[in-house]
Ligand binder design. Structure first.
Ligand code: IMP
Length: 429
């Protein structure tokens, strides 16, 4: 039995979907532990492309159990849409899909609150995905949020909604001159969602515990990335959950001693969506090149991603925060035509060299990247399955990354498809 956590080691969009899909082959259970439908995981199987936002991509394997933990926030409308899309493609969920009764629900007023909050920030806006994630986690912490279990008790749901609206409506009117939010349409829609969600609502922590006791393999699927973690990321330009490895324990309900392996997904260069500091960012033609070759557009919002060179300080920091056991390197093939290929190995801040990643956004914004340059290999690596078959210059680039981050690569991805992968080690064994 092994419990493996998959996390993003940069600012999200590292290609976790594909790695999770590969690791799922060995897992019995795949579980999401934080975030919501702000995430977007793209998985290509044969000629079919699937984009999943909320449901673990393990659902594409018919014999796997998939769970959504208490640490996740769920927009029931988005969930229903995703379920419908999967069912239309012939994927069956009932009997193997479970949602924690303690997971929180995104409510329609959360979307409105987020929109106004972003507008009020002007040019310091976070650039959120607009999915209501932040206000839902705020309500959770303020202890006025709705849990999935509230859907099962219609009278209590109604009372609680009226109480929340009597708190929010005057605020909405006074602060944003927004229209009053009415209870009835929400009650109507959420009672309809409850009919379907009822059969999936479970004690996910208990299910995972039982699964562990049977000696099964558990795969915990993180969303976003370490630098978007609300505690350890580039605050305030972060998401509102713990996207780091620790989030798996609190977001699913098991203790840290149950974790056997933490695998960090590392893109061969760096991207970020939304606002906030990004020292190794490039601009102009170079950025356009990254974007078009790497298809760097958000899977959830379609927004163009900001692109830049590999930043070793970011990943070293991620290794520390998550205690990474190994890494999976993704999108190596995107670099095939680039020459030279710089790696950021330090920052210059107020004339001095910094070797540790600073977490204050104001410091990071003032940091200048210091690069080491590598010659490009200028030939295709697409579909290579054996490390020794990579061009020597690509092998040197990878070895230098490994030296810098001081963690071995257990997988290297050389294309979008499952089989376009160099398998070096298996985190489950
Ligand atoms: P939120 O999660 O919608 O509140 O957005 C907060 C920040 O996290 C914004 O900069 C988003 O662009 C970023 N973000 C949220 N989810 C993802 C993701 O799945 N990939 C990359 N960035 C994300």
């Amino acid at each position: 039995m092994a419990t493996v956590i998959v996390i993003g080691s940069q600012w999200g969009d590292e290609g976790k979907g594909k790695i999770v899909d590969i690791l799922t082959q060995d897992a019995h259970v795949v579980a999401r532990y934080q975030g919501g439908h702000n995430a977007g995981h793209t998985v290509v199987i044969g000629d079919q492309e699937y984009v999943l936002h909320l449901i673990p991509s393990g659902i594409l394997h018919p014999d796997k159990k998939c769970m959504i933990g208490n640490g996740v926030v769920i927009d029931p409308a988005a969930l229903m849409q995703e379920v419908e899309d999967l069912e239309q493609k012939g994927i069956r969920l009932d009997g193997r899909f479970y949602i924690s009764k303690n997971a929180h629900l995104i409510m329609p007023y959360h979307l409105a609150l987020e929109k106004w909050s972003e507008l009020s920030k002007g040019d310091r806006k976070i650039g959120t995905t607009g999915r209501g994630i932040g206000p839902t986690y705020s309500d959770k912490m303020a202890r006025i949020g709705f849990r999935v279990s509230d859907l099962l008790y219609p009278d209590l749901f109604r009372k609680k909604l009226k109480s929340n609206l009597s708190y929010y409506n005057p605020l909405i009117k006074a602060l944003y001159r927004g229209e009053e939010i009415k209870a009835e349409p929400i009650l109507r829609d959420y009672s309809r969602y409850a009919e379907r969600i009822r059969s999936w609502a479970s004690d996910v922590s208990l299910l995972i515990h039982e699964s562990m006791n049977r000696g099964e393999h558990i795969l915990c699927e993180g969303a976003q990335g370490t630098l978007l973690d609300v505690d350890h990321g580039t605050y305030p330009f972060v998401t509102s959950s713990n996207s780091t490895a620790g989030g798996a324990c609190t977001g699913l309900g098991f203790g840290p001693s149950k974790v056997d392996h933490v695998i960090g997904i590392v893109k061969a260069y760096t991207t970020r969506v939304g606002s906030g500091p990004f020292p190794s960012e490039v601009t102009g033609d170079l950025e356009q090149r990254f974007r078009s070759i790497g298809k760097e557009f958000g899977a959830s919002t379609g927004r163009p991603r900001r692109c830049g060179w590999f930043d070793a300080l970011v990943v070293q920091y991620s290794v520390r925060i998550n205690a990474l056991s190994s890494c999976a390197l993704t999108k190596l093939d995107v670099l095939d035509g680039f020459d030279p290929i710089p790696i950021c190995t330090g920052y210059r801040y107020k004339g001095a060299m910094i070797k540790e990643f600073p977490t204050e956004s104001a410091v990071l914004e003032a940091c200048e990247p210091v690069y080491e340059e590598f010659p490009g290999w200028k030939c295709s690596t697409v579909g290579v399955k054996d490390f020794q078959k990579l061009p020597e210059k690509a092998r040197n680039y990878i070895k230098r990354l490994e030296d810098l981050i001081r963690v071995p690569f257990s997988l290297i991805s050389t294309g979008q498809k499952r089989e376009e992968t160099i398998l070096i080690g298996n985190p489950f064994h």
